[in-house]
Ligand binder design. Structure first.
Ligand SMILES: Cc1cc2nc3c(=O)[nH]c(=O)nc-3n(C[C@H](O)[C@H](O)[C@H](O)COP(=O)(O)OP(=O)(O)OC[C@H]3O[C@@H](n4cnc5c(N)ncnc54)[C@H](O)[C@@H]3O)c2cc1C
Length: 378
């Protein structure tokens, strides 16, 4: 049982909070406690499809994406913990000229950001990358072969193991009901109250409730994503993460089978996994008929952390000793560890060579996102 008077408490045991604990400890910070309402990786992180891509359209997102990809590619070596980086690539498709033009412009941003391995592929060459694909109605796509996917839960456990070695403690099954100012720090309302000199809120969808009393109205809301695991399919051909931006059709490899979904499906509360599967079947009949023949082994419905305004996370000190690092807009698996490292450095006063903390100021005006490749279906 950890002591009830600690140096730094991080609220939230997802990819963000656990990576932050690790990076702070790595910088020499002692006396860190991660407090998690349920279990590590039980929030958005546990539901994630684990996609890791360079395909963004603004330089800041590309920067975070590349840092994130480097993190996951080197994870096993760095942490000596099993968490395979499945480098199967990302293929974004469209039949609309304006979207192809935007993909082409985004590819230039990626190259300028240091990711030259990106190719705009005309429709008649797409089968070179995905032989099972029907290019009917497509103009082309954008192919990034170094992208891939991971199991983020393995990542959280690997990071937690590394953090524990550096002295970080974890308190699970403990919900923080409220954060209150106390003499010399903060009191966390938990069954046995905890006091801390510094508190960092990394609670994903739970962050807005914790930060509202401090005048922050964080626009982080649940976005339901439904996906399904199929029976074995396409075993002898490449199966990259393939997204048809016109319909939301999305497939990725899962061992000898696939994960299938419709991205950015309806936000209507009544829309469920059966609706997604019906929409997927319709899209697959055109794009990849082989998927109309698969069976469904299991399904998952989970809420991602849609982030409003400019879509950037909220990182910074809201009151002396009270920080937030939250709101990853549905791409926290790939970007979360990089954002956590940025935050640890910010707390330690180490300037970032590229990213200006003003971008992430929790009190900034909300604005609108410049990143059109947020998720899919444009
Ligand atoms: C279906 C789905 C697919 C996704 N696919 C991808 C993908 O392909 N690629 C990608 O990069 N990202 C993806 N994401 C998004 C990604 O999973 C999230 O952006 C990321 O996991 C957020 O991490 P986090 O640590 O901020 O939040 P979380 O993982 O939600 O962690 C926050 C933790 O805080 C805890 N908590 C909250 N409130 C409190 C409280 N009051 N007291 C104590 N603990 C509290 C919660 O229990 C939770 O465990 C997907 C998400 C979903 C749901």
């Amino acid at each position: 049982m950890p002591e009830n008077n600690v140096g730094t408490v991080i609220i939230g045991g997802g990819i963000g909070g656990v990576a932050l604990a690790y990076y702070l400890a790595e910088l020499g910070e002692a006396d860190i406690l991660v407090v998690e309402a349920r279990e590590l990786a039980s929030g958005c992180t546990g539901g994630s499809m684990g996609g890791v891509r360079q395909q963004f359209s603004t330089s800041n997102e590309v920067e975070l994406a590349l840092r994130g990809r480097t993190f996951w590619r080197s994870f096993q070596e760095t942490f000596d913990y099993p968490c395979t980086y499945h480098q199967e690539g990302y293929l974004m498709l469209t039949g609309r000229q304006e979207i192809l033009d935007k993909l082409t412009a985004a590819a230039e941003v990626q190259k300028a950001g240091g990711a030259p391995n990106v190719e705009i592929v005309p429709a008649d060459e797409l089968r070179r990358i995905a032989p099972w694909l029907s290019p009917e109605g497509l103009l082309g796509g954008c192919w990034t072969p170094e992208d891939g996917r991971v199991n983020p839960t393995d990542g959280v456990y690997g990071l937690a193991a590394a953090a524990r070695k550096l002295g970080v403690k974890f308190l699970q099954h403990t919900r923080v009901a409220k954060i209150e100012k106390a003499k010399g720090g903060w009191t966390l309302h938990t069954p046995e109250p905890i006091t801390a000199r510094r508190v960092i809120v990394a609670g994903g969808l739970g962050s807005p409730d914790l930060m509202r009393p401090f005048g922050l109205d964080l626009p982080i809301t649940p976005m339901m994503v439904h996906y399904a695991f199929t029976t074995p399919v396409i075993q002898d051909e490449p199966l990259p993460m393939t997204i048809d931006l016109d319909t939301g059709f999305c497939v990725e490899r899962e061992q000898d089978a696939a994960v299938v979904t419709i991205l950015e499906s309806s936000s209507d509360d009544s829309y469920g996994v059966d609706d997604m599967l019906a929409e997927f079947a319709e899209a697959a009949a055109v794009r990849a008929p082989v998927f109309t023949e698969v069976g469904i082994r299991s399904t998952i419905s989970a809420a991602a952390d849609a982030t409003g305004g400019d879509g950037h996370p909220f990182i910074g000190e809201v009151e002396p000793g009270l920080w937030t690092m939250t709101g990853f807009d549905g791409h926290g698996t790939m970007q979360g560890p990089a954002i956590a490292k940025f935050t640890a450095n910010l707390i330690a006063g180490i300037p970032d060579p590229v990213l200006d903390p003003v971008l992430f100021d929790p009190h900034r005006p909300l604005g609108e996102t410049q990143e059109w490749l947020r998720a899919a279906r444009k």
